[in-house]
Each structure stands twice: as C-alpha cells, then as structure tokens.
Write a protein that binds this ligand. Sequence first.
Ligand code: CTP
Ligand code: MG
Length: 230
Amino acid sequence: NKVWAVVPAAGIGSRMQADRPKQYLILNNQPVIVHSLQRLISHPLIEGVVVALSANDPYWPSLNLPSHWPIHTTLGGEHRADSVSNALEFLKNLTQRDPWVLVHDAARPCIRHSDIDSMLQQLSDDPVGGILGVPLSETIKRVNADNTIEATVDRTGLWRASTPQMFRLRGLAEALTQAKQCNINVTDEASAMEFMGLVPKMVAGHADNIKITLPQDLALAALFLQQQNN
Ligand code: CTP
Ligand code: MG
C-alpha cells in the first residue's frame, strides 16, 4: 500500500539571511527543494507529494519541474503547522482513504531512501506512527538568562527530532486542528499526536539528514550529498 508525502515549503528562511527562502537556494546545481522532492518522488512506495507554498511564491513556477512528477501544490500558512494542516486538508479532498503521510521539510535535501525504508518497515504496522531522529551526541547544558550553567542534562534518551514524520492522514489532520484550537504551539507533527495522548515511535535515522537553517549548512549539505553518491 502506497503512502503520501507532504512538504511544507512556505517558510521565509530568516535564519539563513539569504536573498530568497532557503529552499530555493542552489545546492550542487539545483535548488534545495528539488533535491528534497526528487528523493521523495523517486521512492517506489510514495504515491505523490503535496507541497505547501507561500502566496504568490515567484520561485516555485521557475523550477520547471518535470510535468510527470506527481506533485500537487496548496497554500501554506503562518506557521509550519498551518502549512502542514493546509496540505493535509488538500489531501483529504484528493483521497477517500486514510493513507500514511510522510511530512518532510523542504529544507532537508539529504534524506536517504534507506531512512525512508527504515521508517516504513518499523512503522507501517504501528497503531500511531512516528518520526525519524538521531540521538544527541554532545554534552547538554541548561543555561540561565545570564549565561551561567544551571545544570548538565542527562543525555540518556534525548534525541533530535527530524523529518519525515509519519502518521495517518486523518488522525494527524485532527491532531493539528486540536492543538491549534487549544493554542498549543507544535513545532513538529509528533507534538500534536502527543498532545492527543498518543505515543509515536522514534526511528533511528542518519545524522546527515540536516535541516538547512544557517548559512554554513549549505556547504555541509553539499558535502553530505557528495558522500552519499560515492
Ligand atoms: N515552513 C512552512 N510554513 C511556515 C514556516 C515554515 O511551510 N509558515 C517550512 C519551511 O519552508 C521549511 C520547514 O517548514 O521547509 C522547516 O521550517 P524552518 O526550518 O523553520 O524554515 P523557515 O521557517 O523558513 O526558517 P526560519 O525559521 O529560519 O525563518
Ligand atoms: Mg521557521
């Protein structure tokens, strides 16, 4: 049974401080978002992708994506969760089924098929779903407002949450709606499911699935893509 992907791509990339949203910056000869989409679309179990875009995004039309790519676009929202919500509503109108949906940041161009495979293998029979992540590797400090160290946090069981985040279409749409109604700020899909009292799983992914966020991340991603191809 095939799954769908949702790609939030309506952010402005303020931390990147570039002349355009980071998903449209060039990485190894093509825009970041094209890498991300290509890796999703070329996966044999992904049926199609719904991309959430900013209103009047001038960059999207000039990508000239291959017309046979199974891509639909919809309008994003103020926050990432709003963009994802809109894409899920679009998808609800497209299918009567309740497929698994992989929500994947446009700004994560280094996602590997093997990580998607791990997710599908480990979560397809799960009652809730889950996310891709990586255990923390550094010592973690809790710091006060005056930059004094309050504590060293026990790293056991602490992971970085990344994407894809894999949940059922209808349950995820409902969870995001509920979280918004209750004014809960969710920065990922799993938080919304947790808010509903559900228990998502963590799937170990590769550390090279970085989110392009800061200026130096582009060079890092270029190196990772090159390594993956060798
Ligand atoms: N995103 C979105 N809609 C928003 C905000 C973010 O679709 N209102 C998307 C971004 O385009 C990105 C992903 O969510 O692909 C992850 O968000 P983030 O890394 O925070 O991107 P930006 O919000 O664009 O960057 P910044 O926070 O630095 O402004
Ligand atoms: Mg942001």
